[in-house]
Every structure is written in C-alpha cells, then in structure tokens.
Ligand binder design. Structure first.
Ligand code: FES
Length: 178
C-alpha cells in the first residue's frame, strides 16, 4: 500500500484530543505508550475528515514517542484506518466468504457503477466512497456493509438504491450515540 503525500491536508489535533491522548498515555507505563496507538489513530482520523496523512501519522508518533514507521505499519494494516481521502459516506462492503457467496461482489460492482466510481475513489461531490473489507462478523446477515458505526444487512441493489438516496437526503446516521 502506498502512503499519501505529506501536504494534502493540514493536521488538526484539538485540545480535547490532546487531553484524550494524555489520558490514554497515563494508563500505560513509560515506554509502553504505543499501547494507546489504535485509539489515538481513531481519534485523530475522526478529527481529520476520516483519513490520515503522513503528517498526521508523524504527529501521532511524536505524541506517543514512537517511531513514525510504527504508526505507518499499524495504520496500513487495519482497514478501519484510511490513508487517502474518503467520502462522507464510506460504504465498507464485507467481501469475505459468506458475503461473497451471497452476492457481495455483484453488489460492490452495482454500487460502484451507480456512483460512477471505482473502489477507493470518492465521488466528485465528496459524498461517497466504496471499500472492500474483510469479514465484519455479521456473516449471518450477508451480504452486508458498514457505514460509520452501523451495519446495513441483507443488502440488495434495491436496498443500496434506497441507502444512497437516504444518504443524499441526510437521513442516515453514521455515528452511534453511545
Ligand atoms: S463474511 Fe461477511 S460479515 Fe462475515
């Protein structure tokens, strides 16, 4: 996976996030602050349009006093971290066995065609992107996708049409209240 160039987006890390990072670090002994990395990546990504520039990852390394490569290797391993811009609504389709057996690949192709993008691209209006990910643990509800904190299950082309329309109308929640 290639990393983005450094200058695509200024890094935003608010006082609130800095305080959260300090609190997370306090849970671990000196020299073990890397243990907070997954959570810090989430916090910083949430504050930076749902993706992480190299600058953002370098800042995280600085905050946790670890090497930048330690941040890059974790951020590039897990699909929940993005190294390039994503749409406001990112459809993360499971493309593991149960979902594929139940038509996930056709559904991904249908959705990409409908939105006029390839996987990993963002629609010109910035609203949508499509990503294939590994099993999301909802195999009994295949095919399914994750959108923010929520799962959308037993998907069909008709359900995708409706979901896209609802997103455009601002009717779709991405973040849980918990
Ligand atoms: S195979 Fe799709 S959620 Fe597990």
């Amino acid at each position: 996976m290639s990393l983005n160039v450094k200058t695509q987006q200024p890094v935003v890390i608010s006082e609130k996030t800095l305080a959260r990072v300090a609190e997370l670090k306090s849970r671990f002994p000196e020299g073990k602050h890397k243990s907070a990395l997954l959570t810090v990546l989430h916090e910083v990504q949430d504050e930076n349009n749902d993706w992480l520039t190299v600058d953002a990852m370098d800042k995280i390394a600085e905050l946790l006093n670890i090497k930048p490569i330690e941040v890059y290797e974790v951020a590039s391993f897990y699909s929940m971290y993005n190294q390039k811009p994503v749409g406001k609504y990112m459809f993360e389709f499971c493309r593991t066995s149960c979902c594929v057996t139940r038509g996930a690949e056709d559904l991904i192709e249908y959705t990409c065609n409908k939105l006029g993008v390839k996987e990993g691209e963002v629609t010109p209006d910035g609203l949508f992107s499509v990503k294939g990910v590994e099993c999301l643990g909802a195999c009994g509800y295949a095919p399914m996708l994750q959108l923010g904190d929520f799962y959308h299950e037993f998907l069909t082309p008709e359900k995708m049409d409706q979901l896209i329309e609802d997103c455009k109308a601002g009717k779709v929640e991405k973040l849980s209240k918990v």
